[in-house]
Design a protein around this ligand. Sequence first.
Ligand code: MD3
Ligand code: FE
Length: 241
Amino acid sequence: MTPLDPSALDLSESAAQEPAGDVALGPGAVLLGGFALASDRALLAALADVLRTSPFRRMLTPGGSAMSVAMTNCGEAGWVTDRRGYRYDAIDPASRRPWPAMPPAFAGLATRAAERAGFPAFIPDACLINRYAPGARLSLHQDKDEQDFGAPIVSVSLGLPAAFLWGGLLRSDRTRRVCLVHGDVVAWGGPARMAFHGVDTLQGGRHPLTGAIRYNLTFRRALWPLQGAAMAPSSIINKIG
Ligand code: MD3
Ligand code: FE
């Protein structure tokens, strides 16, 4: 789109009221359209670094089937699933080493996006990275393995577009379809934090930066602060005293 493209000039009332790209999807849910566009290459380069230590793998559900979405993690804790169940673990079961540290480009983007969406001081300690190839999907679920439901979840979409399914607090509530495209960031907090959600089957296509793939980064607070060494009891007492 060039500055001379007439479609760039949207003088409708809704466009005038809404800062470009920001849309309240509902209570606690904010879509920041294109928020990650300016950092897309930096995010993908940082992702490539993470993958050198902890490559994508298709984890097993507790029922024993391989998920269609391939996953990895970075940060202090990573989300894992196997026959023993869903949980966060500081160790990557594939590498048997700690998950790679959260790249500064990841953490910085998540904190800035959360702030803009109305969730100040969000410092994620976990980032689950999902890789969708055409045919992959994520069935309707709640994110409830985290210790801190007071913190929001920030999600970043890169590559091919996907139809995101957003429901209510009951599995039986009707779902809305929201198309998430490359560079979109969504923050989910407060009343939206425990909503059921999923991703419809990814369709084929090609994106210039990712090929036939969609990546999604989800930033969370998985652990209580006291579990981090930087917030050992003595350091809290030192802050108070
Ligand atoms: C709404 N990922 O990893 S991100 C997941 O696109 C997950 O890969 C999807 O759901 C993906 O758990 C969706 C958007 C998202 C993430 C967490 C939410 C939406 C949410 C938590 C509560 C409500
Ligand atoms: Fe989820």
